[in-house]
Design a protein. Sequence first.
Length: 266
Amino acid sequence: MSVLVVIPARYASSRYPGKPLAELRGATGESKSLIRRSWEAAQGVADVERVVVATDDARIKTACAAFGAEVVMTSEACANGTERCAEAHEALGGGYEIVVNLQGDAPLTPHWFIEDLVRGLREDDQADLATPVLRCDGRALNGFLEDRANGRVGGTTAVFGTGGHALYFSKEVIPYTGSYYADTDETPVFHHVGVYAYRPDALSHYPTWQAGPLEGLEGLEQLRFLERGRRILCVEVQSRGRQFWELNNPEDVPRLEAMMSEMGMP
């Protein structure tokens, strides 16, 4: 199946304006923008036919052109990354069998997360889209709980049933567990990794649906699929010793830079 990777990027983030152009220093001290690091992560994914950045902002387009990325200009009316991916796929003429949404604030996404995701969608013909989930160790879970206690969104968690089909996603930490976990302990909480692989039919319908109440409350775009009865496959992925974090707030920059240094990312 032909695979298109779209990296949606917008400048006008309410929590972090200009986030795609935020500079991050790696292990060598070299500074690169968030969008460049996300694009470089996509280059390492196997069996991808094309990688594009989808944006509505000329500043992001100019920055991407400088490091050689292909850019698709999309409408300012796109409410989220999924709508932007749908518009980009249509602008490119369609024809791809799987469209991957690699969110531009997750440059630490390992290539095998996306490869496992595409494989999972190919194997489950009942699923309309697929997304990775990562079982939290105690260190990750305690970080999420600390963020929520301080009024920050540290990540999204997922619960799913038999066959891996999603039941719900939330910015709260679900399911509830009152237990204490040491840093290396396995926990029953799964971190939802903000990557999606869509079948074109589901993706093309998405912008035509009104956002439902759950999407409005949580601010999570994938809930629109669940509210419309579409099946989301949660694919459990393995960290292989790597830390994963998204850039949600300016305070996350030092955390990501420290993780990149630990992993030796330039």
